[in-house]
Design a protein around this ligand. Sequence first.
Ligand code: ASP
Length: 345
Amino acid sequence: MPTGRVLLIYTGGTIGMGRNPDTDALEPLDFNHLIQQMPEFGGIPVGVDAYQFPEPIDSSDMNPQLWARIVEIIVGHYDRYDGFVILHGTDTMAFTASALSFMLENLTKPVILTGSQLPINQLRTDGKENLITSIEIAAAHHADGTPRVPEVCIYFSGKLLRGNRATKINSEGFNAFDSFNLPPLADVGVNIIYHDDLILRPDYERPMTPHFAMNTDVVVFTLFPGIQEETVRYLLTSPDLRGVVMRTYGSGNAPQLPWLMEVLAAATARGIVIINITQCAAGPVQMARYSGGFLLKNAGVISGYDSTVECAIAKLMHLLAHSNDAEFIRQQMCRPLCGEITLNA
Ligand code: ASP
């Protein structure tokens, strides 16, 4: 049954930042400062408790140890709250949301990440609406007491997005996030319109299983016309490398260069997992469509389907931390674990 309480986890980000008088640059302030800027807090119809990171950060400094810390905080408070709102900088919010979606297996409560483009102490801030709506979504439940959105999501500027489908698209506008390959889970205007057909249903008979480990022996690299053999060879033979997200053209194409296919096949044979993600914002990888993609398939490269880069790298880090079996990891990359990909041909 709902507790009527939401836990706010403040990690940092623009929402709580103020100007450093010496440099004029924005930097994180402490949580009490944020609360003081929001008398509206008193009017929220659910109980809100707060947990502050000891040192609030700009999200450029986010890392897998801090993801594990967030998981620990959620686990430690799981039974006492209906849901969790994580205040986080926008720059790496999509990475954190993707990572948490794999680290919180069979999540049965909402975990909503939000932040803002303007600090909350500025008159035109977008932070207040983002925060208040996120709290409302985190507390929302069906008549039978189950939560409306038991998923890791990003709420920003009127749209509730599945976290592992979201990407930061704008460094200036208030509409900072989009999810090109999956419609919003809810649209927020005068009312909050939930799209229940898109929202995942966990197994309420099973507990949520937290995972803390991530393996960072991975890299993202982008193909471009003129890419050099020496650079790719150097990268793919670096000693500890175990996983690669390769950003290809269009529907998963690459130049038909014999040396490239040879280097990729050799890396695959050494147990490196290579995932093909398109450089396009929307649409899936379809490796059998053009011969450039087909050659990649023959070299052992695995389709990332319609995954975002943020999600593909987070999923790879999660899987590599839990298995040494490259073939098993390749199979898992081709299965949706928590709504992160849509399978296609
Ligand atoms: N640099 C900031 C951060 O990611 C930007 C933001 O919060 O929007 O922490």
